[in-house]
Write a new protein. Structure first.
Length: 257
């Protein structure tokens, strides 16, 4: 059984097209009826639109095998509470379409997602809201992300900064929150009722923010070098716990089965 990441694992961070072995791996799982769930932290587009895009580029992922943070957000953030949202324009549009009410004067909740150009003024505004009692929520806790060949601080890094500045804890909606992994497990149980975390292998290009937290829940972790990190030495020597396997890409993972 598998949990499979998307960005940097199934699709390239720049071209947004399947990486070597990705389509073949999904086809193999479908053909052999091996239970799996694709778990992504994508929040830029609606869940339906992003899954449709993955299907259109050759990744034959059924709806029942897919989950992202937008699909579980309302269970974590009350739709009746006002929010101050920070992220791409597309992400903010999704929040509005879901029915959330924006308030940049005195919000109940601050919600943070990926954005290329956070400003010092925005960080200051977030800090003021949190110090005034607003709840701090991250759509996920990714350590870093890649765009146009450059690596940027992810939502997790921003959350840690705000937490340090305000001494206020935060809530994570997507990976690697236990609640998100639990929601993915419930999806997996639609394919195998007896599924447990100990039965699952997670495959991701994010060893610190995906794989190690998953291993802490009893999963087996496979780290692929097709996304955030270009070599083992960039991250593995710094870790006290190691993934169970390291491969160049999904093609190599498939060949190992």
């Amino acid at each position: 059984m598998f949990f499979i990441d998307v960005q940097g694992t199934l699709i390239d961070d720049n071209a947004k097209l399947p990486l070597p072995g990705a389509t073949e791996f999904i086809d193999h799982l479908n053909k052999t009826a091996i239970p799996y769930v694709v778990i992504t932290n994508s929040t830029k587009y609606s869940s339906e639109d992003f899954l449709l895009y993955l299907n259109e580029i050759g990744l034959a992922i059924p709806k029942a095998h897919y989950i992202d943070p937008l699909m579980v957000l309302k269970a974590q953030v009350d739709i009746t509470k006002t929010i101050a949202g920070y992220g791409s324009p597309e992400f903010l549009e999704q929040l509005a379409l879901m029915g959330y009410i924006f308030d940049y004067a005195s919000p109940d909740t601050v919600i943070i997602s990926i954005k290329d150009d956070f400003s010092a003024t925005e960080y200051s505004q977030i800090i003021e809201f949190v110090l005034s009692g607003a709840r701090l929520v991250g759509m996920h806790e990714t350590s870093l992300y890649v765009k146009n060949g450059r690596r940027y601080a992810g939502v997790g890094a921003i959350l840690k900064m705000i937490e340090f500045a305000t001494q206020t804890p935060y809530t994570v909606i997507g990976k690697p929150s236990i609640s998100f992994f639990q929601s993915a497990l419930e999806l997996l149980r639609g394919q195998d009722q007896g599924a447990e975390f100990s039965d699952i292998t997670i495959i991701s290009d994010d060893v610190s923010s995906d794989i190690l937290p998953a291993q802490g829940l009893g999963m087996r972790g496979i780290f692929v070098l097709s996304g955030k990190y270009r070599s083992r030495i960039e991250i593995l020597p710094q870790l006290s716990t190691q993934p169970h396997g390291v491969y160049d890409n999904m093609k190599a993972v498939l060949e190992s089965l």
